[in-house]
Ligand binder design. Structure first.
Ligand code: CP
Length: 342
């Protein structure tokens, strides 16, 4: 596998063989096969949005590999201009064209979190429509101008490190995931969250050759272009993909139940409307009754989670819950990514 110097924007930019190699490398590292292969190398991290797991696991991943992770405090008010030809006489400090090249001259990779919907405020933030957000302007601009690999730590569209980390967890827990049943269930959440995480989680289940069931209320459909890629990838592995609006039907005989909430694409920027409709969807929760329908499934959630809103305490604290291992495996997955790209 040679993926050196490639951007890690979406797992589907890589062959399934490359993805499997990364999963195996992460699992080998977890078992102790770690070399200080990044000694003298550094990673710059730009978080435009809050994070706990991604921030800490990347810093520690770099340290375990002998390198340095630098978390640049971008949220202190550093602003970039993205439009070409702009007369920069207003608020932005620096054009991304210059900043991306400068940061590249200091370090060996740049990791970026830029997702308009991730916020620490209690309410959903006002955003542009999906067609605008789907362009992932911040991430794509850095990818265009940087001269070192860009690692996507979650954009509006994909969260490939979560996807790969989940694949590591599924392989670790299930052994041979091929043709096992994977359920991605939408769950209620008071805020309207990005769909980057479920997109990447489902893509990973497809790459593992699983029988994938997606269940969500009517109106919460995933992006048709991304669904098309999921179908292509799952066909290549001999798995399958099905969509249902019945959570109970989806969970019958499941081996993996992964819960995630996301905002409906058609409601982007109109959250007041979505909030009213969602009031009737609070039964979309993972509880014991639902888990009892499964084939003793493991329970997954990317965290952070709203306990007793998305999943009951009984389920997330049960022996079938793998959420802590799932968070840990983010670090091993990222070590595999970092050591392969840099
Ligand atoms: N799952 C995840 O990406 O967590 P953070 O938002 O805490 O990084």
């Amino acid at each position: 596998m040679n993926i050196k110097n490639k951007h890690f924007y979406n797992t589907a930019d890589f062959t399934q063989k490359e993805i499997n190699n990364l999963i195996d490398l992460a699992l080998a590292m977890k078992k102790g096969k770690i070399k200080k292969s990044l000694s003298g190398k550094s990673l710059a991290m730009l978080f435009f949005n809050p994070s706990l797991r991604t921030r800490l696991s990347f810093i520690i991943a770099m340290q375990k590999l002998g390198g340095l992770g630098v978390d640049f405090p971008i949220k202190d008010g550093y602003t970039f201009e993205y439009n070409l030809g702009e007369i920069m006489d207003k608020g932005t400090i620096e054009h991304v064209k210059d900043a991306a090249k400068v940061i590249s001259s200091y370090c060996n990779a740049i990791a970026i979190r830029s997702s308009e919907l991730i916020t620490s405020s209690a309410e959903s933030v006002k955003v542009q429509g999906w067609s605008e957000l789907k362009k992932d302007k911040t991430m794509k601009s850095f990818m265009e101008y940087a001269t070192v690999p860009i690692i996507n730590m979650e954009s509006n569209v994909y969260h490939p490190c979560q996807g790969l980390g989940d694949a590591v967890t599924i392989k670790e827990k299930l052994g041979k995931p091929k043709k096992k049943k994977y359920v991605m269930t939408w769950v209620y959440h008071p805020k309207s969250l990005p769909m980057a995480t479920p997109n990447s989680q489902i893509l990973s289940a497809c790459d593992l050759g699983m029988d994938v069931e997606i269940t969500h209320p009517k109106g919460w459909e995933l992006d048709p272009d991304i669904l098309k890629t999921m179908k292509q990838r799952v066909m290549e592995t001999g798995g399958s993909l099905n969509i249902t609006h019945s959570q109970k039907e989806a969970c019958q005989n499941a081996d993996v139940v992964c819960a995630k909430s996301w905002g409906a694409l058609k409601n982007y920027g109109n959250w007041e409307h979505e909030k009213k409709i969602k009031e009737n969807l609070k039964e979309w929760i993972v509880n014991k009754e639902l888990m009892d329908l499964t084939n003793n499934a493991i329970f997954m959630h990317c965290l952070p989670v709203r306990r007793n809103v998305e999943v009951t305490d009984e389920v997330i604290d049960s022996k079938n819950s793998v959420v802590i291992t799932e968070a840990e495996n983010r670090m091993w997955a990222q070590m595999a990514i970092l050591s392969s790209l840099i």
